[in-house]
Design a protein around this ligand. Structure first.
Ligand code: ATP
Length: 250
């Protein structure tokens, strides 16, 4: 990828607002995003920091449209040009999610009776790979994350938390999408597997993948992020390099 291509804006968020009405508590309203503006370019890794409840996951979910924002826009550059996601028809949104927008949370959601190899290969296929290439790429990815080969065909439901997270990371990164959203993707991993997963995530930047990530782990943010946004009560309160926003690494 050329330096020029690396400056391509992949994601553009404008004036994004989200609140929730708590119907079971007197219809009370809670606000999680109060007008977020954000641009992410190809190859950038932007980390979202800030205290619990500040709005980090809400932003990822609004971009992925698992939450529909109250107002504002989310524009993703796709193979067909810029697409505004908040007003996209559901069928188109499903296509964009499959091909261009990855979301890795702490939890794996896999269809029943489906094994890791199939889950990861299906993600590769949705991103345009042939069946054979997707199987090969999935195997490589699972191997890179050291998932025991004996587990590749077992129902994902029987995997441990750390094994599921590795399947989730493999599915999110195989034939990687243009924009990858990560919400505490390594929280259940032991140090050795965490290291492998972070190396894999770090390698995405060189292929031009834009990453927007939440890690409750200062070391990971220092190591991976090109930029850190500190959230506070639904706004971006501070933005800069990891050292500027988080302080100097220990
Ligand atoms: N589905 C929901 N229904 C009601 N309120 C919600 C919902 N999702 C988020 N919120 C509220 O929005 C606010 C922001 O939550 P969010 O999960 O975005 O915070 P966060 O910064 O990701 O926190 P954490 O670091 O603890 O994951 C919180 O007050 C939370 O209670």
């Amino acid at each position: 990828m050329t330096a020029g291509a690396n400056m391509t804006t992949v994601l553009s968020v404008r004036e994004l607002r989200k609140s929730f009405t708590l119907h079971t508590i007197d219809g009370r309203t809670t606000t999680s995003l109060r007008g977020i503006d954000l641009d992410v370019t190809a190859g950038e890794h932007v980390a979202l920091a800030g205290p619990s409840g500040a709005g980090k996951s809400s932003l990822l979910r609004c971009i992925h449209r698992s939450y529909l924002p109250d107002s504002g826009t989310v524009t993703l550059t796709t193979e067909h040009g810029p697409v505004e996601l908040t007003s996209l028809p559901d069928r188109e949104m499903a296509r964009v999610r499959g091909r261009e927008l990855g979301y890795v949370s702490q939890f794996l959601t896999a269809p029943p009776r489906t094994g890791p190899w199939e889950v990861v290969a299906a993600a590769g296929r949705r991103r345009g790979m042939s069946r054979a290439d997707a199987r090969d790429a999935a195997a490589e990815s699972l191997r890179r994350l050291s998932l025991d080969e004996a587990l590749w065909d077992v129902d994902c439901g029987v995997l441990s938390g750390g094994e599921r997270q590795r399947v989730n990371i493999a599915a999110g990164t195989v034939n990687p999408p243009r924009l990858l959203l990560l919400d505490e993707p390594v929280s259940a991993l032991d140090p050795v597997n965490r290291e492998r997963a972070l190396e894999l995530i770090a390698s995405l930047s060189a292929s031009g993948v834009a990453v927007l990530a939440v890690f409750h782990d200062l070391e990971a943010m220092h190591r991976l992020a090109s930029r850190v946004l500190r959230f506070s009560d639904g706004v971006i309160a501070h933005e800069g390099t990891p050292a500027e926003v988080l302080g100097v690494a220990a």
